[in-house]
Write a protein that binds this ligand. Structure first.
Ligand code: BTN
Length: 267
């Protein structure tokens, strides 16, 4: 069934997300690009842009996001967080946490989080989040939070390049899911963690994030400005950066972005 603006609006019990405006596009280049453009021209917090398919879905680290029609959810939300600059990165972690918790409440199994905010089920990525922020001249600073989730993607439709790496709710649970119900669960979860964060609950959000984070305690390989470093992920600091103890005995790294490869549990 196609996503429908009225069905979503009726089912949604949020105070912010989706309340000022919901746009549902059949086909768009990128919901993040559209939301960024609207935010730049003053769109209020909560504007929600959805698409059935994207031709230029953007991922982290300059990657693209595979966005086939009918089987996934692709959406972006305009946020205008009242947060100190040092706490802005926590939005990304709070988003992963909220999405995982919201989803868990619906499907009965809460995805784990690969730092910073990939949702993982059975070792495969089911959802990714791209947060883009801008300090604009005349308006309050804004962030756009974009999420792509593979819902009813079948094994045979996983692109060969992503085989074994990308999963879906269907692959993980063995059943199909109503995308509107999944969307509503995600948005309600996102709103809960976002409002907790902006109301000063960063300690609680971070504590819950750490408990759900699969990366902490694992052996990792990280790209530190083009240099590949092997070590153990030992935690996440108060600004949301991943702390890694390099095997070489060099100083602990605090990573604010970049690629992290899970290389197994720490010995
Ligand atoms: C990642 O894991 O690399 C992040 C992927 C984010 C993809 C979503 S799909 C909806 C929104 N629009 C985009 O262009 N990207 C995000």
């Amino acid at each position: 069934m196609e996503l429908n603006r009225n069905d979503i609006f009726r089912a949604l019990k949020t105070r912010i997300i989706g309340q000022p405006l919901i746009e549902v596009h059949d086909n768009i280049d990128s919901t993040n690009r559209r939301a960024m453009a609207l935010a730049r021209s003053g769109a209020p917090e909560g504007v929600l842009i959805l698409a059935e398919t994207q031709t230029g879905g953007r991922g982290r680290l300059g990657r693209s996001w595979h966005s086939p029609a009918g089987t996934g959810l692709y959406f972006s939300i305009v946020l205008r967080p009242a947060l100190a600059g040092s706490k802005m990165a926590l939005i990304t972690l709070a988003a992963g946490l909220g999405a995982a918790q919201g989803l868990g409440g619906l499907i009965g199994e809460t995805p784990g989080l690969k730092w910073p905010n990939d949702l993982m089920m059975q070792g495969r990525k089911v959802a990714g989040i791209l947060t883009e922020a801008e300090l604009s001249g005349s308006h309050a600073p804004f962030a756009v939070l974009g999420l792509g989730l593979n819902v009813n993607l079948e094994e045979k439709d996983v692109p060969p390049a992503l085989a074994e790496k990308a999963g879906s709710l269907l692959i993980a649970t063995g059943r199909t899911w109503d995308r509107t119900a999944v969307l509503v669960a995600l948005l309600e979860g996102l709103e809960a963690s976002y409002t907790a964060l902006t109301a000063g609950g960063d300690r609680q959000v971070l504590a819950e994030y750490k408990a759900a984070c699969l990366t902490i305690g694992a052996r990792v390989e990280v790209d530190d400005d083009g240099r590949l470093v092997a070590g153990v992920a030992v935690g996440v600091d108060d600004e949301g950066r991943l702390m890694v103890e390099p095997d070489s005995g060099e100083d602990r790294l605090h990573l604010s972005g970049g690629e992290v490869t899970l290389a197994g549990p720490a010995k």
